[in-house]
Design a protein around this ligand. Sequence first.
Ligand code: AGP
Length: 364
Amino acid sequence: ASYDMGGHDTYMHKEIHEQADAVDRVLRGRIDDRFSTVHLGGLNLDAREARRIRRVKILGCGTSYHAGMIGAQMIEELARIPADAEPASEFRYRNAVVDPDTLYVAVSQSGETYDVLAAVQELKRKGARVLGVVNVVGSAIAREADGGIYVHAGPEVCVVSTKCFTNTTVAFALLALHLGRTRDLSVRDGKRIIEGLRKLPTQIAEILKQEEQVRELAEEYAQSRSMLFIGRVRGYPVAREASLKLKEITYIHAEAYPASELKHGPLALIEPALPTVAIVPDDDLLEKNRAALEEIKARSGKILAVAHREQEKADRTIVVPKNEDELDPILMGIPLQLLAYHAAKVLGRDIDKPRNLAKSVTVE
Ligand code: AGP
């Protein structure tokens, strides 16, 4: 593909900077202020059917799987429906029990990933209802699904996904709000989430203004042999995605762990040469996360925090704007896209086409 690079040196850089506009697009025309909900025309799911859903199972690969993890938490929090995400590639090989009261959601930027498509086809063969959360209009997964949400991120050329990841998490917020409002989510909470959604584009622009500061940090972190990414509950999928992004384009080894699991193993790795990137939202788990930072500091580990305010225990903090607790994960990974990008640049990597990877894996 060859789209205009608009003065950017790579598609990745261009696509990172397109995120405020992209989020604007996924929201456009969908918000219903009168009933504090959203219209999702392509869902093909009426309120009575929505109320019968007993579980939500989200399936995707790679970055799309991570967006699905965030989506599952939003659905569980806002709609109070048990929800989880699983790599589609695993799901299709484990002869999973297909349950008629479960809503299955297939997530894919390209809409062509074979592992996801195969999972969708197997689900449909067994009579399940499958929705797609897809970027490419008219793609195989979009056609195969019973309905869904287009994420409208626009064309994404860089092999690693940035703007589509962000838009997919926003699409999940819309789905969670919609399902919530057919169930027990109050008008007031619906309003609160809508207000939060409307703030996203401005807040993304604010984060991207810190690029120079992140670039300086990247120079330092690019020298690491390995990095640890931690987060708890809402922060965990953010850590997973940031770690994947770093691996893919810098080839630096990175591992993501729930902060709560540190003491059950990975604490043994902590030493000055292993930096930790910690996702520290200002939510009800703030104190718990601070305690984790303290554990790392006590073992001379270097810490970079992404947080809503300066973290004392961290060596450096990237401060991001606060949104509603449930929506914070949409924003917290964005500075880490920049970190991965600038570290890859320092190392002279082929950012748009990392070795051994393809934009979409359409084969078995
Ligand atoms: C590129 O390597 C991506 N980061 C990769 O993990 C991708 O998210 C995955 O292959 C799924 O692609 P899809 O969203 O097009 O289905």
